[in-house]
Design a protein around this ligand. Structure first.
Ligand code: ADP
Ligand code: MG
Length: 234
């Protein structure tokens, strides 16, 4: 599903070039649920942005479902971000003056659908928010907001979900509930990568990868016999 070869990335800050990823080789199979851990500044978000086709590596190759991402045009990348990948962020990134239903329907609008309500309602039902469709984000709790964001992430039935510290702004009980939801989405066959600092959150994942200073330091599979679900959307 995901394969990177020697990915390198640096940022220029003022006069200085700071290298953030020093050659990342990573392979993730369809249906895996992976935790990406490591201290702040180790390059987790930078790597996630590259995996999500939001950013490009300076060097190295990235193959997504067999396709060489470097060969794709901006338009093709936009379609991949819209159709194949669902993003979930620590701060939810919902639009404040829009209802839950409207927020969830946005990726469908971008994909050209004029009538996203029915699917948006279905996605909100999947995340347990059928009774909150008309609420705006500020009328919802943190956990409910993150559920709305997850509904938005799955509305186009993506094969991959990338979540960057999705429980970072939630209390621990709510965080675990959100992880139950990710677990269910993984059971449906979706490949999921979750950045987290919290061991209880990482423990939900079959595989834990630890980064340090822009490199993969550890890669542990927790259970021997986990079968990738393999019957997912891609
Ligand atoms: P993590 O998510 O593991 O905390 P990041 O990938 O966000 O780490 O950041 C890794 C390093 O890259 C940090 O030192 C950070 O300051 C730097 N960095 C990240 N994004 C940018 C950017 N857009 N411009 C300049 N430096 C950046
Ligand atoms: Mg980060």
């Amino acid at each position: 599903m995901i394969r990177t070869q020697n990915i390198q990335k640096s940022y220029v800050i003022g006069e200085e070039r700071v290298k953030v990823l020093h050659g990342v080789d990573l392979e993730i199979q369809p249906g895996e649920m992976v935790a990406l851990t490591g201290s702040s500044g180790s390059g987790k978000s930078t790597l996630m942005n590259i995996l999500g086709c939001l950013d490009k590596p300076d060097e190295g190759a990235y193959f997504l479902a067999g396709e060489d991402v470097a060969q794709l045009s901006e338009d093709e990348l936009a379609v991949i971000r819209n159709q194949r990948i669902g993003f979930v962020f620590q701060t939810f990134n919902l639009l404040p003056r829009m209802s839950a239903l409207e927020n969830v329907g946005l990726p469908l609008m971008y994909a050209g659908e004029t009538n996203p309500q029915a699917k948006a309602r279905e996605a909100l039902t999947t995340v347990g928010l059928a009774s909150r469709v008309d609420h705006e984000p500020n009328q919802l709790s943190g956990g409910q907001r993150q559920r709305v964001a997850i509904a938005r992430a799955i509305i186009n039935n993506p094969a991959i979900i990338l979540a960057d510290e999705p429980t970072g702004n939630l209390d621990s009980q709510t965080g675990l509930e959100v992880m139950d939801l990710f677990t269910e989405l993984n059971r449906q066959g979706r490949t999921i990568i979750i950045v987290t600092h919290e061991p209880e959150i990482a423990a939900y994942c079959h595989r834990q990868i630890k980064m340090k200073d822009g490199r993969l330091l550890e890669d542990n599979r927790l259970l021997e016999n986990v079968q990738p679900a393999g019957n997912g959307p891609l």
